[in-house]
Design a protein around this ligand. Structure first.
Ligand code: 13P
Ligand code: ZN
Length: 270
């Protein structure tokens, strides 16, 4: 068996939360990540028959039966992942229609997966339906996106249009726009179901007064997606209180669509 800490996906799963912490997106235990792995990737580094313990998930997700996920632990600090990955991360396999998670590695202090496991797993199901290449769900608390939910209309079209107008390449990076959930109690199956429903039409879902969810094919791409939206929100928070003299017009957005071969969400551009 190879050393699991040298697996390329493990190296990325250590670098990414470290980088997110450095960006100020994950104070204390804020934020969580789940990465879908293939059995073939995992089998090089551990014996899939060796189950350390079984943890009930509290929900059903039959579509994920037999699937492997590397997931950040609940209450764990992103800044500490690099120093003790085997405590702050865990590798689980879902069984029994997704109601049980078999721990194969990690959570060495007796811990378990993030309290946002329902939102993560239900979002994986939703994204895999529209994009079979999806592997990552990522949640964090970036300050400007959060701030924006206090002062901007939460209407999804309006919120998306504002973000698209803040940086030329936003519409290219997230043409589906940003979906928005009103404040809801976090860590519940209800917010998980609501997030997954929003994930059917966009890869970014804002949780008002809380944070954001992103989904993508790898950790780097998903990080970049959130990074782009957060940059746009930062610009909005710098200019929101000033008179708007210039903007990116819808006609210019259409030029971007043509140049980059993307299509903004139906009905979002005039
Ligand atoms: P966990 O520590 O359970 O991952 O929760 C952090 C968080 O961001 C909740 O939304
Ligand atoms: Zn959170």
């Amino acid at each position: 068996m190879k050393d699991i800490l040298t697996a390329p996906w493990m190296v990325e799963m250590i670098r990414t939360p470290t980088n997110m912490y450095d960006h100020g997106w994950d104070e204390r235990n804020g934020g969580n990540i789940s990465l879908l792995l293939d059995e073939a990737d995992v089998a090089e580094y551990l014996d899939p028959a060796q189950v350390l313990r079984t943890i009930p998930t509290g929900f059903e997700a039959p579509a994920l039966e037999g699937k492997y996920f590397l997931v950040t632990g609940t209450g764990k600090y992103f800044k500490n992942v690099q120093y003790a990955p085997e405590v702050n991360l865990g590798l689980v396999r879902l069984t029994e229609r997704g109601t049980q998670a078999e721990l194969l590695w990690g959570y060495e202090d007796g811990g378990k997966f993030t309290s946002e496991f329902p939102a993560h797993m239900m979002s994986h199901v939703a994204r895999l339906r529209v994009d079979p290449a999806n592997r990552v769900v990522m949640h964090c608390h970036p300050a400007n996106l959060l701030a924006m939910t206090y002062v901007h209309d939460l209407d999804e079209r309006a919120f998306t249009r504002t973000l698209w107008q803040m940086c030329t390449e936003c519409i290219v990076v997230f043409p589906d726009g940003v979906n928005v959930l009103p404040w809801m109690l976090c860590g519940t199956n209800e917010i998980g179901e609501a997030t997954a429903e929003k994930m059917e039409t966009a890869r970014l879902v804002v949780w008002a007064q809380h944070g954001i969810y992103g989904a993508g094919k790898d950790l780097d791409e998903t990080f970049g997606l959130i990074e782009t939206a957060e940059k746009a929100a930062e610009i909005y928070m710098k200019i929101a209180h000033l008179p708007r003299v210039n903007t990116i017009t819808d006609a210019q957005m259409h030029l971007l669509e043509q140049r980059f071969g993307v299509r903004g969400r139906d009905g979002y551009l005039d």
